[in-house]
Design a protein around this ligand. Structure first.
Ligand code: HDL
Ligand code: ZN
Length: 417
């Protein structure tokens, strides 16, 4: 083939350049377009008060209890995080190093100077900041996490604000599946004739809620984070709502259902979002769903490292299952490398290696810079092994493969319906 790559140094350069220059589709984030106003978190104070860094600071903080630390005003809390993790200690953790990567790549002259970091972003409008970060991160589009039961967010959707095509929605339905007794009255208040004890008539009303919000949001997928105890088949409220309302609506609207499995909510409640833990899940539930609902498309990311290998085996068996990202506690280079390697070894390019899970706009820069480094390294290794055996990748083949991994395969999977 033309442009065959035979030399390992050339291979490394071609792969690294291609991974860097290929825009990423970020299939799961918690950031918002500027139309959502204060819901879009951005800038150094938000970077420093990320719940990962709150938890890491809490571990070594002498002068405050967890509750007192978490109750501090944001600016004061951010300064304490900076002092604790960036001055008294070195930012060697992934979340700490991520702040430095983001500040450096976003143009802060001295990444040791917090005041300079604050000054760099002062006066930047949300729209300017979004453009700056998407360009610096080379992210072409993101999928948000959208909760119609969040009053602040619902108001923006109901006002019908301008849509930013770079920000696609995801209809997030955790409360409906994992806390129906609390969700039922909230749906009822919104005009859906549902009841806590789930009589037959409630399922069409839950379906109507999902259809109404899917029509408004035009989501890429429906999603829920699920506990390690998630089990299917199941006659629980979760099992019944999933099979009798959620999956039928997903089939009807040709939308995948994204399962994010393994979170143990609030094992350390004082830390808020930083207080969630991880538990090994029973992925037989995923096997049951993929086999029993072949007309549904499923997206999956799992939180326990111990679940990753079985998830890859399941993806190899079921073409209606697509794995995405190295989620949360897995989003550390040592584990991203392990997971990406085992996915390529069993799935080739039919998966999505990473999502950022960014909660703060600027995090896109570091989460993608750090991920691209690992993805490129694993690809170089795998192509090199082919070169050893006389199979020489063409540059256009490397371009094609990288485009698949950076979002192309995800789009192909979604278009299957
Ligand atoms: O449920 C989720 O989508 C998780 O990603 C949580 O938001 C979690 O708090 C998180 O931000 N992980 O990175
Ligand atoms: Zn998330």
């Amino acid at each position: 083939m033309a442009n065959e790559v035979r030399d390992r140094e050339v291979l490394r350069a071609v792969v690294q350049a291609q991974v860097e220059r290929t825009p990423a589709l970020d299939v799961h984030t918690h950031i918002y377009s500027s139309a959502f106003g204060p819901l879009l978190l951005r800038g150094p104070e938000e970077l420093l008060t990320y719940h990962y860094l709150q938890a890491e600071t809490n571990r070594v903080l002498a002068e405050h209890s967890p509750a007192a630390f978490m109750a501090l005003p944001k600016a004061e809390q951010a300064r304490l995080v900076w002092r604790t993790l960036f001055v008294e200690r070195s930012p060697l953790s992934e979340a700490g190093r991520g702040v430095i990567t983001a500040l450096h790549r976003l143009g802060v002259a001295s990444v040791r100077d917090y005041a300079a970091a604050l000054a760099r972003f002062a006066g930047l409008s949300a729209g300017e900041h979004v453009d700056l970060v998407l360009r610096a991160a080379n992210v072409g589009g993101v999928v948000m996490t959208n909760d119609p039961l969040n009053p602040a967010e619902r108001a923006v959707w109901e006002q019908g604000g301008a849509r930013d095509a770079r920000f696609r929605a995801a209809l997030r339905i955790d409360p409906i599946l994992v806390d129906w007794p609390a969700a039922a009255p909230r749906l009822f208040e919104l005009g859906y004739a549902v009841e806590r004890d789930l009589p037959e008539a409630s399922y069409p009303e839950i379906a109507r809620f999902l259809r109404d919000w899917a029509a408004r949001m035009q989501p890429a997928y429906l999603a829920a984070s699920l506990p390690p105890t998630f089990a299917m088949p199941s006659d629980t409220a979760c099992g019944r709502i999933l099979t009798r309302a959620v999956l039928p609506v997903c089939r009807e609207l040709a939308l995948p259902f994204a399962m994010m499995i393994g979170v143990k909510k609030r094992i350390m409640p004082e830390l808020g979002d930083g207080g969630d833990g991880v538990g090994r899940a029973d992925l037989d539930a995923v096997e049951h769903l993929c086999r029993s609902y072949p007309a549904n498309l499923f997206l999956l990311t799992v939180l326990a490292r111990e679940n990753q290998h079985q998830a890859v085996v399941l993806a190899r068996k079921f073409k209606n299952l697509h794995l995405f990202g190295c989620w949360w506690f897995n989003n550390n280079p040592s584990i991203v490398e392990e997971i990406t390697r085992e996915r390529i070894e069993m799935l080739g390019t039919s998966f999505t290696p990473q999502h950022s899970d960014a909660r703060v706009l600027d995090q896109l820069v570091y989460k993608w810079a750090h991920a691209r480094r690992v993805i490129a390294a694993v690809l170089v290794e795998k192509y090199s092994l082919l070169i050893d055996e006389g199979w020489y990748p063409a540059e256009e083949e490397i371009t094609r493969d990288v485009a698949l991994l950076m979002g192309g395969e995800f789009e192909r999977f979604l278009a299957q319906h």
